[in-house]
Design a protein around this ligand. Structure first.
Ligand SMILES: Cc1ncc(COP(=O)(O)O)c(C=O)c1O
Length: 479
């Protein structure tokens, strides 16, 4: 028997211990420290462990998970974990991950993953429908929104640069230029740098008072580049900017891209899945006009990390960019079963689609709609409370679930630390129009109105520090 398998008895033990671990984790969430102070001695000891010559066995391993890994992990599932754009996994996610690991499908070509191939395609078709893409659209699940944008821009290069596969950018030709806003996620810069466009050819277009790309400034920038002999190539608009959740004027940008013959990619990693909510369709319906869009099921569908998604309106263009012949991998193509190695850069790929598909099966899309609508309401509740409190200033309009604010007269870094230290909440920093502040982003299906009210109470206390007792200096931050 293989040394790498568990015996029947060990499997039973592992199952029991896993159940205890998962249930204990779930029950412990409300009382857990949202940002545990890591036990640095334990972590340092872990780092200095030599590679074990002999195994410690199932029970000792579970002990290590329970005593060393879990207590030193950030409690992302805490209802007041409201930092960045990151949330707790939905309830079925961990189980779907376990099943995906057990069957270990290689989602490269269909013979190695027939069920996975149709499940991924079903997920992609569902998401394409949410976005409003036509049936010609194709896509692929990725490691996240950053990779989806990178993969989209590579497809845009293949589509717009003649002979790109053969020569790359190594030929005499005008410099390609990509346009995005000053509020765009840095994954756009990263993609441009990685793909050889170069940061000098990324235009960060200014935004309006609501942090949306200024289309007049975009038009002028394109004209200036053309008259300087450069080649405008692609616009990356954002549906839900990382700082404030602003949605760029997608229809006006799509009109301009059509007129100027530019590839339009929409970074919808944070925002585009809010299209599930009827009330958001008016503001973000223009997503349907993009050439490509990135989405992040690991954000608003609460899939466990990682699950991003790229959709390309004309699926043939995605295939043109990524399909390569190789004698050792050739399989008879099947029109119903997609070979995903032809739609992205990876060969070996895990079964990411299972966790997304399973959550939609288990809970139904309505549950996600309701959850996302609730997070929108919670963000408004927080914003209303901030606006009603002297000493607190809302820094930006609230379009989605990101709420940016400042507390008069405090050091925001210290305030963030204080909020985490007393377990009020983990919030994040923000810098908007040169002003430092705090950002709460409710990408959390566990957050309740009571959690928001608790945070508001604490912020109110911070914004009106106690009267200074005689002879004692008043700290700028509530202790
Ligand atoms: C607007 C936007 N784009 C891209 C990303 C990057 O997504 P990921 O972390 O999945 O790579 C984020 C992450 O928060 C984001 O908010």
């Amino acid at each position: 028997m293989s040394e790498l398998l568990l015996t029947d008895e060990e499997r039973d033990r592992a199952g029991t211990r896993l159940l205890t671990l998962l249930n204990g984790h779930e029950r412990g969430i409300p009382a857990a420290q949202v940002l545990p102070e890591p036990d640095r001695e334990t972590l340092t000891a872990l780092l200095s462990d030599p590679m074990p010559e002999d195994g410690i066995g199932v029970d000792a391993l579970f002990d290590r998970w329970e005593h060393e890994i879990l207590p030193n992990s950030t409690t992302v599932a805490h209802p007041r974990f409201l930092a960045y754009v990151l949330g707790p996994p939905n309830g079925i996610g961990p189980y779907a991950e376990a099943v995906a690991a057990a069957i270990n499908q290689n989602c490269n070509f269909w013979q190695l993953s027939p069920a996975a191939s149709v499940v991924e395609r079903a997920v992609l078709e569902w998401l394409a429908e949410v976005v409003g893409f036509p049936s010609s659209a194709k896509g692929i699940l990725t490691g996240g929104g950053s990779l989806a944008t990178l993969q989209a821009l590579a497809a845009a290069l293949h589509d717009r640069v003649p002979g790109f596969r053969a020569t790359g950018l190594q030929r005499p030709a005008p410099a390609l230029v990509v346009y995005t806003s000053v509020e765009a996620h840095r994954s756009v810069d990263k993609a441009a740098a990685i793909l050889g466009i170069g940061l000098d050819h990324v235009r960060h277009i200014p935004t309006d008072s609501q942090h949306r790309m200024d289309v007049t400034a975009l038009t002028e920038a394109i004209a200036a580049d053309r008259s300087a002999g450069r080649q405008p190539w692609c616009v990356v608009a954002t549906c839900g900017t990382v700082n404030t959740g602003a949605v760029d004027p997608l229809d006006a940008i799509a009109d301009l891209c059509a007129e100027q013959d530019l590839w339009l990619h929409v970074d919808g990693a944070y925002g585009a899945l809010f299209l599930l909510c009827e009330e958001m369709r008016a503001v973000m319906g223009g997503c349907a006009r993009a050439d490509s869009i990135s989405l992040d099921p690991h954000k608003t569908l609460f899939a466990p990390l990682e699950a991003g998604c790229l959709l390309v309106r004309d699926g043939a263009k995605l295939r043109d960019a990524y399909a390569f012949d190789s004698s050792y991998l050739t399989v008879a193509e099947d029109p119903l079963l997609t070979d995903y190695m032809d739609y992205g850069p990876q060969l070996s790929r895990g079964f990411k689609a299972l966790k997304v598909w399973s959550a939609l099966q288990a809970f139904g899309v309505n549950a996600f709609r309701t959850t996302m609508a609730r997070t929108l309401d919670l963000a408004r509740r927080l914003a209303d409370g901030i606006e009603a409190t002297p000493g607190l200033t809302l820094l930006a309009p609230v379009t989605l679930t990101a709420v940016c604010f400042a507390i008069d007269g405090v050091d925001h870094t210290a305030a963030l630390q204080a909020l985490a230290a007393d377990n009020t909440a983990l919030l994040g920093p923000v810098l908007l129009d040169g002003r430092h502040g705090i950002r709460a982003c409710i990408t959390n299906h566990r957050t309740t109105p009571a959690d928001i009210d608790l945070i508001l109470d604490r912020l109110k206390a911070m914004s009106s520090p106690p009267v200074e007792p005689a002879g004692r200096p008043l700290s700028t931050v509530d202790q």
